[in-house]
Design a binder for this molecule. Structure first.
Ligand code: PEP
Length: 245
């Protein structure tokens, strides 16, 4: 039995199309997934043509600013108008390719929470950090940056452990590796926020697919998945959702 309600979120990254929106919406309408929250995160422009039905809509990014002269950016209020409920914040691709540091991540998490939306806050170590052996300290520091910014509002967040070495590589963390980090991070948060930590949804992300999802999600502290590549194929994505259901 699940202690926490499972969630599966599909991060399309800069992929997909209006046709995929239709196909995914149709496919999800045909299956029963009553025990899992399903979130679809398509690219920004496609948000406007999704009618969430049996799933929630998520954005892959958001501006930390409310409104104004920020060419190319999208605000929480615009996302809310488009029925967005979740926003991925701090994805490693945003951190690495778009230079988002912990400070920006915290500002975005605060903006999302202030708008009444739920941030899916990503954290994860590189292969170098893992091999050096001090990855738990590294991960605690990433999580602490958020905790220091929002305190007990962490209860309104979803966390996602995404080891960078597992993202898009086919090199999934083993169920034991995922469970270790999820349990340790939950324990770490529990030092200050005991009750909140027990109820916190912590997703695993990094080469989740239809074949490995069930074993990952069966781990005690793994509450579902954040899925990249496999979220672009309707059959695979539904199989992953069913594995969490
Ligand atoms: C991701 O980028 O959030 C992700 C988990 O990607 P993939 O599933 O393709 O590894």
């Amino acid at each position: 039995a699940h202690v926490r309600r499972p969630m599966v979120a599909g991060n399309w990254k800069m992929n997909g199309s209006k046709a995929l929106v239709s196909a995914m919406t149709q496919s999800l309408s045909e299956v029963s997934l009553d025990n899992v929250d399903v979130v679809i995160c398509p690219p920004m422009p496609l948000l406007a043509c999704v009618e969430p039905n049996k799933f929630y809509l998520g954005a892959q990014n958001v501006s930390q600013y409310d409104a104004g002269a920020y060419t190319g950016e999208s605000s929480t209020s615009i996302l809310s108008e488009l029925n967005v409920r979740y926003v991925i914040v701090g994805h490693s691709e945003r951190r690495e390719l778009f230079a988002e540091d912990d400070q920006v991540v915290v500002q975005k998490v605060q903006a999302v929470l202030n708008a009444g939306l739920t941030p899916i806050v990503c954290f994860g170590e590189s292969l170098k950090v893992r091999e050096e052996g001090n990855y738990l300290e590294f991960l605690y520091a990433q999580v602490d940056a958020v905790l220091n910014g929002i305190g007990a509002k962490i209860k309104d967040c979803v966390l996602a452990y995404e080891p960078i070495w597992a993202i898009g590589t086919g090199n999934t963390a083993s169920p034991e590796q995922a469970q270790q980090v999820h349990a340790k991070v939950r324990e770490h948060i529990a030092q200050e926020y005991t009750d909140i930590a027990a109820g916190l949804t912590i997703l695993y992300g990094g080469s989740v697919n239809a074949a490995n999802a069930a074993e990952l999600f069966s781990q005690q502290d793994v509450d579902g998945g954040l899925v990249g590549g496999a979220s672009l194929k309707t059959d695979d994505f539904i199989a992953i959702c069913q594995a969490a259901n």
